[in-house]
Design a protein around this ligand. Structure first.
Ligand SMILES: Cc1cc2nc3c(=O)[nH]c(=O)nc-3n(C[C@H](O)[C@H](O)[C@H](O)COP(=O)(O)OP(=O)(O)OC[C@H]3O[C@@H](n4cnc5c(N)ncnc54)[C@H](O)[C@@H]3O)c2cc1C
Ligand SMILES: NC(=O)c1ccc[n+]([C@@H]2O[C@H](COP(=O)([O-])OP(=O)(O)OC[C@H]3O[C@@H](n4cnc5c(N)ncnc54)[C@H](OP(=O)(O)O)[C@@H]3O)[C@@H](O)[C@H]2O)c1
Length: 503
């Protein structure tokens, strides 16, 4: 079957002339049931189907019986970083998908996947169709290092590397070169630890996860023996959390290679630290000193892989190989700290250190991008300026999640801030600040526009077809799912019946 890529989204050619899907009868009946006391439904649109989008929808649907919520997603599949970010060996974290699925099954909620807002449909068009728009489109870009050699082969952003092993369509051809012995990860956050764990985990553990087959194949050929996580500040400023550090220290057959001197004097300081930081630092010290224990020789001979933390080193340049064609090392500026605790700042001492390595992953954070000239955007922080989720200067526009507060925080943090945004919206409806007196058409006019542009939205039940196929393919190989990497294949699968009729 012929499929083609449209500029705005993935689109099977067969559906170019398809009729607009009608709203299922059950949903219309539900509407009548819930809206008998109101002149018209409150049409709300959410952009992005990650945790922020789904938690915002959940709160709105739960606390206002006349809201109709449409969730637009640029990919044919929902759940954002829960599918494409959360590490494959953390299946329990992905259980939030069950809650999101319940929300999507509400008769007052629709999912429109395969629709990139900003290109397939504009914010202005959505403003005409809906009473309110919530921007929950996350942080899909990477933070640049801004150093020479950053674009050399062998250097990857964490965003792309994680996308590769998690099956993000854009990164399916990444094919990172793992034929080197030493990998350096720049940054000491939880994403950096995720990547280190994936690079070092025994293959037997990963085989039972939903990691992509391409990543499994590459990891089975990997020659990486040593992973170093480099931070520009010290042990008291690491950004990862204790659970993730413990997982790393418990990884079978992996030795820590830390410098005990990095931890000298910390014993006196930690007693005054806040409890989470205190416990984290205690574990860091324990793991750093482990290799000097009685069992050191035994442990070292049993293990063939190692990992370590390097502190007070800031990336200066990627060093090219002799032929200049790829990365062969990294030059680090040795730093010292000015100030104390969380707010201490790394300042260069003027000294440098070169580290040889064939793989460099820059894990210094994600970054949101502007979606439209109509939406204010703070370039410096990469966020939408807002007050409790109300976008500054644009009535009817709200934001939640990473695009609201920047690319930090776990799913639980994102849930709280999404509930806050939804609450602001509900308060604005109640106070009359949000104008809802005239009816709005909601998705119906947007669907017409999309059809004219050759864009076919993917519904939640369409996604469930993909889900079923992925799960079945996973069962065959002993995994929870085998993700489909190619959006064309996803669309072919969804619209196959449709195409048969067309042909
Ligand atoms: C690698 C990684 C691992 C993580 N692991 C964990 C973990 O184990 N536990 C935990 O609690 N937290 C984890 N987090 C944090 C968690 O993923 C975030 O808190 C959360 O996903 C942020 O939600 P969000 O909805 O703001 O963004 P996202 O999850 O990124 O969702 C945004 C959605 O918007 C869509 N979108 C983007 N642009 C458009 C557009 N123009 N039109 C339509 N749709 C668009 C995207 O495709 C995406 O689906 C992890 C984060 C990362 C990066
Ligand atoms: N298992 C989990 O729960 C899990 C897994 C993955 C991600 N997450 C969450 O997702 C969020 C994002 O994680 P993340 O790891 O991408 O970000 P992060 O926690 O903000 O860590 C970013 C790291 O990059 C460093 N960094 C930033 N800019 C730098 C620069 N210019 N040069 C050198 N180093 C630089 C930071 O150091 P400084 O501190 O010095 O700035 C920090 O060590 C976090 O809230 C994280 O907890 C959670």
């Amino acid at each position: 079957m012929a499929l083609r890529w449209s500029r705005m989204c993935w689109l099977p050619r067969c559906v170019l002339s398809a009729r607009i899907r009608t709203v299922p009868t059950s949903r219309c009946l539900g509407l009548q049931r819930t809206l008998t006391s109101a002149p018209h439904p409150l049409q709300i649109c959410i952009v992005g189907s990650g945790p922020a989008g789904f938690y915002t929808a959940q709160h709105l649907l739960k606390h206002h019986s006349q809201t109709m919520v449409d969730i637009y997603e640029k990919l044919p599949v929902p759940f954002g970083l829960v599918r494409f970010g959360v590490a494959p060996d953390h299946p329990e974290v992905k259980n939030v998908i069950n809650t999101f699925t319940q929300t999507a099954h509400s008769e007052r909620c629709s999912f429109l996947g395969n629709v990139a807002v900003g290109t397939a449909v504009t914010i202005e068009e959505l403003q005409k169709a809906y009473h309110a728009i919530v921007l929950s489109y996350g942080a899909e870009d990477k933070q640049k290092l801004g150093i020479p050699g950053e674009d050399l082969p062998g250097v990857y952003s964490a965003r792309d590397f994680v996308g590769w092993y998690n099956g993000l369509p854009d990164n399916r051809h990444l094919s990172p070169d793992l034929s080197t012995e030493t990998a350096v990860i720049l940054g000491q956050g939880n994403v950096a630890l995720d990547i280190a764990r994936i690079l070092l985990s025994p293959l037997d553990l990963l085989k039972k996860t939903d990691i992509t087959q391409a990543a499994l194949n590459a990891l089975s050929q990997s020659r990486i023996k040593r992973v170093l996580l480099v931070g520009r500040r010290g042990p008291l400023q690491v950004a990862f959390t204790i659970k993730e550090l413990r997982e790393m220290t418990n990884l079978a057959g992996i030795q820590p290679i830390n410098c005990p001197s990095d931890y000298q004097g910390l014993g006196d300081i930690i007693k005054d630290l806040p409890r989470p930081r205190k416990r984290l630092t205690e574990l860091l010290i324990k793991s750093a000193l482990k290799k000097h224990g009685e069992n050191e020789v035994v442990q070292r001979t049993q293990s063939n892989r190692e990992w370590g933390l390097r502190f007070l080193r800031s990336p200066l340049a990627v060093l090219p190989s002799e032929d200049g064609k790829r990365a062969a090392g990294i030059r680090l500026s040795i730093t010292r700290l000015e100030g104390n605790g969380e707010t201490a700042v790394a300042v260069s001492t003027g000294e440098v250190e070169d580290l040889s390595c064939g793989l460099i992953v820059s894990s210094i954070g994600y970054r949101s991008i502007p979606i439209s000239p109509r939406v204010p955007f703070l370039q410096k922080s990469g966020t939408i300026p807002n007050s409790m989720g109300r976008v500054q200067g644009v009535p009817g526009l709200y934001c939640s999640g990473w695009v609201k507060r920047g690319p930090t925080g776990v799913i639980a943090t994102t849930m709280t801030d999404s509930f806050d945004t939804a609450q602001s919206l509900l308060e604005d409806i109640k106070s009359g600040t949000l104008s809802c007196s005239n009816p709005r058409p909601g998705a119906s006019t947007v669907r017409e526009l999309l059809l004219l542009r050759g864009v076919q939205p993917v519904s939640f039940s369409d996604w469930e077809k993909i889900d079923a196929v992925e799960t079945a393919r996973g069962i065959e190989v002993g995994k929870p799912r085998e993700k489909i990497l190619d959006p064309e294949e996803m669309l072919e699968l969804i619209f196959r019946g449709h195409t048969t009729r067309q042909l």
